[in-house]
Design a protein around this ligand. Sequence first.
Ligand SMILES: Nc1ncnc2c1ncn2[C@@H]1O[C@H](COP(=O)(O)OP(=O)(O)OP(=O)(O)O)[C@@H](O)[C@H]1O
Ligand SMILES: [Mg+2]
Length: 236
Amino acid sequence: MLSPGFSYITPLVSFGDAPLKGRRLIGYYMKKKKGYFITLEGIEGCGKSTQICHVARYFKRHKKPYIIVREPGGTKIGEKIREILLDKKNNAMAHSAEVLLYCAARAQIVHEVIAPALKKGITVICDRFYDSTIAYQGYGLGMDLRRVQDLCAFAADGLVPDITLLLDLPVKTGLTRAGRTDRIEGRSLRYHEKVRKGFLALARAHKRRFFVINATQKITAVKERIESILDDAFGS
Ligand SMILES: Nc1ncnc2c1ncn2[C@@H]1O[C@H](COP(=O)(O)OP(=O)(O)OP(=O)(O)O)[C@@H](O)[C@H]1O
Ligand SMILES: [Mg+2]
């Protein structure tokens, strides 16, 4: 977890699907100084870690306190779970164990970091959240979507992102960019295609909070698109 060192301010929680005028959150947040919950999603190598710094800079410019967290991990317990999940030696892991481990890591970070930060008015910018579990384990592995979604909601303790930035690009481009192969990345192209389709299906199902961004563009173009989405949402 990275913290830019801002002091904690106004206590309040995330609103999930808050009532928006269009998609704008203006007034709802900026005036009341509440913490926003922003997630970045997408397949391997789509640019989440690259762009998360620009999202953070946006909030820094607006003098909003924020933290950056990553999933799975972000806590001592979560990092241990992450190691188990990504270790190539663990290829005998049952799909159900995989989904439960992701949810366990998430439950810990929600409890220990995300919910307390939001309650203090701190914006949380999260590199992956439960949409990844639904896309990778639900759509990718073909597990029962309803069950996976229920587990995700349980682990997140009802928390819903305010804005989800989905960086979309062809699987081959993403995997080439990522250039590594952990246990999950090493799965077949077909698997990753299903994951990508899963993310896009989620975006269609949750139009209010999802913003699909063409991640084949240059880094600066993606950054500008993200900034315009945040300006639009937060009314700067
Ligand atoms: N728009 C872009 N155009 C070209 N290269 C990019 C772009 N965005 C990111 N990259 C590069 O692609 C690689 C993967 O980017 P990054 O690590 O940000 O992806 P990620 O979504 O965080 O991947 P992972 O899911 O593996 O964590 C990095 O080397 C990064 O510099
Ligand atoms: Mg990354």
